[in-house]
Design a protein around this ligand. Structure first.
Ligand SMILES: Cc1ncc(COP(=O)(O)O)c(C=O)c1O
Length: 394
C-alpha cells in the first residue's frame, strides 16, 4: 500500500470496507487518468454526473469566466445574480409552464428534501407516498422515503407518515388518497437496477394524483439531463409532474441540484413561516454557470439525437452467455448476471482492464453502465470488448 492509499484509508471517512481505490490525477471526456498514466474508460460518468463528459471545454470556460467575476456573495434568495437568473430562465424555457420556478440547492438529496417540504406546506397534508426499492438520497427525509429497508434500519426513527407502494403496479395506486401530500418517485428507478415503468402506469399515477390533490414529485436526479434520450425522462410519458428534482449531471461536474415547480406553489415558502426553506450555498454562482453551460452544450451539440442509437450499439456488442438480461433506456443499463459474486468479479476484472462499470445500491446481481452521452461508436466498441474480456475472465 502506498502513502496516498494509507492517507485515504486513515484520514478520509470510509463508506465501505472495499473502496474502488484507484487514484485519479486528471479526467477528460470519457477518460480518467491515474498518476501512473493508466487510463480508465468511465462507463458510469462518475455515477450519473458527467453526462457531457469530464471537463467539457464549454463548462470549464464558463466556470473560469465566473470565477473571474465573483464566487459566493450571499445566501440563496437575497441578491440578484446573473448566473442563477440565467439558469432559472433557461430551465423555465425548457420545461412545461407549470415548472417555471426553480429553487437551487447543493445536491440531489437536498433537492428531494425541499420538494417534500414544499408538497407538505402547499397541500397542508402530511402523508408521503413513495415506492419500494426507490433511492432518493441519504439525509433523514430522503432516506425516509427511500425503499431499501436494510439501509434504513440503523437510523430509525425516521419521518412518520410515509407509505410505500410497489413501483409500476397500477392496483397499488389506491393507496394514494386525499390524505396524501405527495407521491415521490423516480421516473426511471435507477439504483433498483434500472426499472422502466409503463406508459399506462405513469398516466394512471398522474390521474390518481389529480383526483386526490396529491402532488406528483418526479425525481430525475439520476435519469434526467439526457440520460434516457430526452432531456427529462418524464417527456417519454406524456405527463408532467408538479415538482421535478434534478442534480448530479445538472451541474456538469459541480455540485448543484434543484427542485422545480410553479411560481404559485413556490411562493408558499415565503410565508407562514417566512424562509420556509433556506440554504447558504444553493445557487452558488460558479455552479449555476457550470449548469447553464451544460444545458447549452446538450442543446448545441445535439447530444440527445444519438442516445438511442448508441444504446442499441451497446446491446449489439454486449452478447455473452453469462449475461442473463439487459434492462436499458437510452444510455442507462443494468446488466444482469447469475450472482452478486460474479458481478463483483466482473467489475474488478473491468477495473484491471481500464473500464469502469459499477454496482447498484439495491440490486446486487447487476452492474450499471451509464457512459457520457458523448461516447463515440468506436469507444463503445472498445468498451464492450473490454467488458466481454472481463466477463470471460471473471
Ligand atoms: C434517483 C436519485 N435520487 C437522489 C439521489 C441523491 O443524490 P445526492 O447523492 O446528490 O444527494 C440519487 C443519488 O444517487 C439518486 O440516484
Amino acid at each position: 500500500m502506498n502513502f496516498s492509499q494509507e492517507v485515504f484509508l486513515r484520514n478520509l471517512a470510509q463508506t465501505t470496507d472495499s473502496p474502488y481505490l484507484i487514484s485519479i490525477e486528471r479526467a477528460e471526456g470519457i477518460y480518467l487518468y491515474g498518476p501512473d498514466g493508466k487510463r480508465y474508460i468511465d462507463l458510469i460518468s462518475g455515477i450519473g454526473v458527467s453526462n457531457i463528459g469530464h471537463r467539457h471545454p464549454k463548462v470549464v470556460k464558463a466556470i473560469k469566466d465566473q470565477v473571474d467575476k465573483h464566487l459566493h456573495v450571499m445566501v440563496y434568495g437575497e441578491y440578484i445574480q446573473s448566473p442563477s437568473n440565467l439558469l432559472a430562465k433557461k430551465l423555465s424555457e425548457l420545461l412545461p409552464a407549470n415548472l417555471n420556478c426553480s429553487f437551487f440547492v447543493n445536491s440531489g438529496t437536498e433537492a428531494n428534501e425541499g420538494a417534500l417540504k414544499l408538497a407538505k406546506r402547499f397541500t397542508g397534508r402530511t402523508e408521503i407516498v413513495s415506492c419500494r426499492k426507490s433511492y432518493h438520497g441519504s439525509t433523514h427525509g430522503s432516506m425516509s422515503v427511500s425503499g431499501n429497508e436494510i439501509k434504513k434500519m440503523a437510523f430509525r426513527p425516521l419521518l412518520p407518515d410515509v407509505r410505500f407502494i410497489d413501483f409500476n403496479v397500477i392496483e397499488d395506486l389506491e393507496n394514494i388518497t386525499a390524505r396524501t401530500a405527495c407521491v415521490i418517485m423516480e421516473t426511471i428507478q435507477g439504483d433498483a437496477g434500472v426499472r422502466i415503468p409503463s406508459k399506462k402506469y405513469m398516466k394512471a399515477i398522474r390521474q390518481r394524483c389529480d383526483e386526490t390533490g396529491a402532488l406528483l414529485i418526479l425525481d430525475e436526479i439520476q435519469c434526467g439531463m439526457g440520460r434516457t434520450g430526452s432531456l427529462f425522462a418524464f417527456q417519454h410519458y406524456d405527463i408532467v409532474p408538479d415538482i421535478l428534482t434534478v442534480a448530479k449531471a445538472f451541474g456538469g461536474g459541480l455540485p448543484i441540484g434543484a427542485f422545480i415547480s410553479s411560481d404559485e406553489k413556490m411562493r408558499c415558502l415565503t410565508h407562514d413561516p417566512m424562509l420556509g426553506h433556506i440554504t447558504t450555498f444553493g445557487g452558488n454562482p460558479v455552479c449555476c454557470a457550470s449548469a447553464l453551460a451544460t444545458l447549452e452544450t446538450i442543446e448545441e451539440e445535439k447530444l440527445l439525437a444519438n442516445v438511442e442509437t448508441k444504446g442499441k450499439l451497446f446491446e449489439k456488442y454486449l452478447q455473452h452467455e453469462r449475461i442473463r438480461g439487459i434492462r436499458r433506456i437510452g444510455l442507462l443499463f443494468a446488466i444482469d448476471f447469475e450472482s452478486a459474486e460474479l458481478v463483483s468479479r466482473i467489475v474488478q476484472e473491468g477495473k484491471m482492464r481500464g473500464v469502469i462499470c459499477y454496482w447498484f445500491l439495491s440490486h446486487p446481481n447487476s452492474f450499471r453502465i451509464a457512459p457520457p452521452l458523448t461516447i463515440t461508436p468506436e469507444e463503445i466498441k472498445e468498451s464492450c470488448d473490454l467488458i466481454l474480456q472481463a466477463i470471460e475472465n471473471a
